[in-house]
Design a protein around this ligand. Structure first.
Ligand code: AMP
Ligand code: MG
Length: 404
C-alpha cells in the first residue's frame, strides 16, 4: 500500500527520526579532507602570531612618513635589517626605517611598511620615502586571521583543503572527525546482470550498485555493494539479513506496489517499526520506501537510475550527512529556465538541466526525457525544482537548482 507523502514531509520524517550518529575517530591532517569535524576547532594562539609585512620594503612608523611626496620625500635613517624567520634584534626609533621582506616580522616601534617602489636609497644609511603610509598599511596584524580562543571551524563542518591549511597553520596535526557510515547497497531485479557481463535479450547491466555507491562515497560514507538480488521475497529477506549491522541500507528496484515488488515486505520482515512511508509525491522517483529497523535506516529507491539518483540526493544524502553530524552544504541557487515547463500540480518535479551563464545571470536549459534514460543526468549539471503547488514555469522564471 502506498502512503504518499510530500517531499518536505518525507524529508522531515527521515531527519526527525532517532538515528544513531556514527562515532568519532582521530585522523592525521593528511587523511582528513572531506571529513566532518566531530568537535569545533578553536585557535590555541593568535594567527598570525606576530605582525608581519605583506610587501618588500621598509618597516617604518607611519607618522614619520606623513606628508611625504615625490617633491618632498621623508628622509629616514636606515637601521639593521629584518631577517626572515627571526625577530628583529633592535627596535625602531623615531625617524628610522628597517629593510624588511614579505613575511618578515615588524620590529618594535614600526606600524607600517613602505613598498620598496616608493623609496630611494640615498647613501649608506639614508632612504627617501616618496609616499606616506597609514598605520597598518602593508602589514598583517597579530591575530588578524584568528584570535586565540576563537572558533575557527564549527563541529559538523566538512573539511576542505583550505581548512586543512588553517589547521596546519595552527599546529593541529590530528583532528576528531565523524566515523564514515557504512552503507550496504543492493540492486534488485530479475533482468539485471553485473556490468562485466554481456546482457542477454531483455537483460540490462546493473547501473545502480555503482551509481549509488559512488553517490554514497561522495557523501562521506563507505559503500559496500552486496550484489544483485532476484525479485523473490525470500532472496530479498536473505540479503537484508546480510545487511544487518550497517549504518544504512539502500536498495533499488522493486519499490513500486506491483506483484514482483517485495522490497517493502522484506524490510518489514526485518523488524520494527519497519516501513514508515511508501511513496513520495515527486517525479521522478515516486515509488520510494523509507523504513527503520532497530535504528537502522532502509531506503527502497525506484530502479530507474535517474530516479534512484534523485531519490538519493533528496533523501539519502541528507540522512548520511546527519549521521556524520553535518548538514547540507549547497547554498540555495537559482537559475532561469530558457523554456516553458509544465508540471502536474500536487507533486514536485525535478527536471534535469544544463546550466549556463548569460549576461551575468544563471540560466538553465531543461533536458526533456524520461527517467528511464540516463542521458539527462549524464548531460545535465543540475536538477530544477518545480514546487508541488506549481503547474509549470514560464520561460525566464527563476527555479531552485540542485547541482548534480
Ligand atoms: P523497478 O523499480 O524495479 O520497477 O525498475 C524500474 C526500471 O529500472 C526497470 O526498467 C528496471 O530494469 C530498471 N532498473 C532497476 N534496477 C536497475 C539497476 N540496478 N540498474 C539499471 N536499471 C535498473
Ligand atoms: Mg524491478
Amino acid at each position: 500500500m502506498l502512503t504518499v507523502l510530500s517531499v518536505t514531509a518525507a524529508r522531515e520524517k527521515i531527519l526527525k527520526g532517532t538515528l544513531s550518529v556514527t562515532g568519532a575517530e582521530i585522523l592525521p591532517l593528511s587523511a582528513a579532507d572531506g571529513r566532518f569535524l566531530a568537535r569545533p576547532v578553536t585557535a590555541s594562539t593568535d594567527l598570525p602570531p606576530f605582525a608581519r609585512s605583506t610587501m618588500d620594503g621598509y618597516a617604518v612608523a607611519a607618522a614619520d612618513t606623513f606628508g611625504a611626496s615625490e617633491a618632498q620625500p621623508a628622509l629616514l635613517t636606515v637601521v639593521g635589517e629584518v631577517s626572515m624567520g627571526q625577530a628583529p634584534v633592535v627596535p625602531l626609533q623615531g625617524g628610522e626605517a628597517m629593510p624588511i621582506a614579505t613575511g618578515g616580522m615588524l620590529p618594535v616601534g614600526s606600524d607600517a611598511v613602505v613598498m620598496v617602489e616608493y623609496t630611494e636609497v640615498l647613501g649608506a644609511d639614508t632612504v627617501a620615502v616618496h609616499r606616506a603610509v597609514a598605520p597598518g598599511e602593508n602589514t598583517i596584524a597579530r591575530g588578524e586571521d584568528f584570535k586565540a580562543g576563537e572558533v575557527v571551524l564549527p563541529a559538523g563542518h566538512r573539511l576542505r583543503p583550505q581548512d586543512i591549511g588553517v589547521l596546519a597553520a595552527m599546529g593541529v596535526t590530528e583532528v576528531a572527525v565523524a566515523a564514515r557510515p557504512r552503507v550496504a547497497v543492493i540492486s534488485t531485479g530479475d533482468e539485471l546482470v553485473p556490468p562485466e557481463l554481456e546482457p542477454g535479450p531483455g537483460q540490462v547491466r546493473d547501473v545502480n550498485s555503482c551509481l549509488l555507491a559512488a553517490l554514497a562515497t561522495r557523501t562521506g560514507a563507505v559503500a559496500e555493494p552486496l550484489g544483485i538480488v532476484r525479485d523473490r521475497y525470500d532472496d530479498l529477506v536473505a540479503v537484508l539479513g546480510k545487511a544487518r549491522g550497517y549504518d544504512c541500507v539502500i536498495l533499488s528496484g522493486g519499490s513500486s506496489a506491483g506483484a514482483r515488488d517485495h522490497t517493502a515486505a522484506a524490510i518489514n520482515a526485518m523488524g520494527k517499526p519497519g516501513v514508515l512511508f511508501h511513496g513520495v509525491s515527486m517525479r521522478p522517483g515516486k515509488p520510494l520506501i523509507y523504513g527503520l529497523v532497530d535504528g537502522c535506516p532502509y531506503f527502497g529507491l525506484s530502479g530507474n537510475p535517474t530516479s534512484a539518483m534523485v531519490g538519493f540526493l533528496l533523501f539519502v544524502r541528507p540522512l548520511l550527512l546527519k549521521l556524520q553530524g553535518g548538514s547540507e552544504e549547497q547554498p540555495l541557487l537559482w537559475a532561469r529556465t530558457d523554456r516553458n515547463l509544465s508540471s502536474a500540480g500536487g507533486r514536485e518535479d525535478y527536471v534535469r538541466a544544463v546550466l549556463y551563464n548569460k549576461d551575468g545571470e544563471l540560466w538553465a536549459t531543461p533536458l526533456l526525457g524520461q527517467a528511464g534514460l540516463l542521458a539527462t543526468v549524464v548531460r545535465g549539471d543540475a536538477l530544477l525544482r518545480l514546487p508541488q503547488n506549481s503547474e509549470g514555469a514560464e520561460r525566464g522564471e527563476k527555479l531552485e537548482v540542485i547541482l548534480i
